[in-house]
Design a binder for this molecule. Structure first.
Ligand SMILES: Cc1cc2nc3c(=O)[nH]c(=O)nc-3n(C[C@H](O)[C@H](O)[C@H](O)COP(=O)(O)OP(=O)(O)OC[C@H]3O[C@@H](n4cnc5c(N)ncnc54)[C@H](O)[C@@H]3O)c2cc1C
Length: 303
């Protein structure tokens, strides 16, 4: 079955967009900001914080980067107006890094500045490996300019991550630790599940020991249990960590963490550019075949 799922995952780009939307819908709040805000409000009522993410990446026209920045700014305004326990995540390829890096930094800086004026936080998502260096460089530059309302992401599948964490620690960074979602070559990335897990555990230990704010972003049961045990072992106070999960993934486990009293945040993507994000999520879904069959059945009945 696992092999069959892997085969189906490879065929995903061939599926009609309508089907991808039907199956990937659970991972996305909707196409509009209002959809994301409604979702964040519902989570807030249950004691869960949010990260709002305007879907979009790899833009090739400057006007699209500007449009993305405007939408991201609207998110900041709405979070502040509604006093939501939420922050913003952004992707540099959506802010035009491939078009004009310096202008892209300008947009990022503007958003972080707007967030600071409202007492909010911005996380720079980590994309595929061609962008690792520049993402870290932009993060350092913001910190040098005095912005401390900004955080970074470290991917446990990258072999370089240990060195990156070591060199970032003097800045007392706020780090989200995830496995990493992109397909990377074996020279730079661990490929096996065990290796990625081992590195995740080592990096998590480094972060918790050093006392920086750590966002534990995983749904992997083995890693969640390891994290719970490590948090107890290092007696980490609640202000220093949070668990983070993606909308639509393991909601029952998210709820359990909350009931146990852990700080929990859910990542809520929204927007019209849902296709690339949905494909990545579907590839990671172990029950992808069943979901596609169910969606096909639903679409068939709607026709
Ligand atoms: C809050 C947050 C932010 C992230 N930010 C980034 C980032 O900036 N850059 C980046 O490269 N990656 C990011 N990721 C993605 C991350 O790198 C992984 O790809 C993703 O979280 C799956 O890895 P996992 O640790 O959950 O382990 P997995 O082994 O993939 O999953 C563990 C279990 O979770 C369940 N599960 C996982 N995914 C799905 C799914 N799509 N549908 C249904 N069930 C599923 C399954 O039960 C699976 O067995 C982020 C993840 C989270 C939670």
């Amino acid at each position: 079955m696992a092999l069959f799922s892997a085969w189906v995952a490879r065929l995903l780009p061939l599926l009609p967009r309508r089907l991808v939307w039907a199956v990937g819908r659970r991972y996305i709040a909707g196409t509009e900001l209002e959809d994301a805000l409604r979702s964040a409000e519902q989570f807030a009522a249950r004691g869960i914080w949010s990260t709002l993410d305007v879907l979009g990446e790899f833009v090739t026209e400057w006007s699209h980067a500007q449009r993305y920045a405007e939408q991201a700014e609207a998110v900041l305004r709405a979070i502040a107006q509604r006093q939501l326990p939420a922050y913003l995540s952004v992707k540099l390829t959506a802010l035009g890094i491939d078009i004009e890096p310096e202008r892209s930094y300008g947009l990022l800086r503007y958003l972080v500045d707007q967030a600071r004026q409202r007492g909010l936080f911005v996380r720079i998502d980590m994309e595929n490996s061609p962008y690792t260096d520049i993402t870290l460089a932009f993060y350092r530059r913001l910190r040098q300019e005095g912005y401390d309302n900004v955080g970074i992401v470290i991917q446990a599948y990258l072999r370089r991550s240990r060195d990156d964490v070591e060199s970032l620690l003097p800045l007392r960074p706020a780090i989200r630790l995830c496995k990493g979602i992109y397909i990377e070559p074996p020279e730079i990335a661990y490929r096996s599940r065990d290796e990625v897990r081992r590195n995740y555990k080592e990096l998590l230990e480094m972060l918790l020991r050093s006392g920086v704010h750590t966002a534990i972003a995983t749904h992997d049961e083995e890693l969640l249990r390891f994290a719970e045990e490590a948090l107890r072992r290092y007696d980490v106070p609640k202000e220093r960590y949070e668990f983070q999960m993606l909308l639509g993934v393991r909601p029952e486990r998210r709820e359990l963490l909350r009931q146990q009293g852990h700080p929990v945040r859910v990542y809520i993507p929204f927007g019209h550019h849902w296709y690339g994000y949905s494909l990545r999520r579907l590839r990671e879904n172990p029950n992808i075949v069943a979901h596609i069959l169910r969606a096909l059945f639903r679409l068939d009945r709607q026709q």
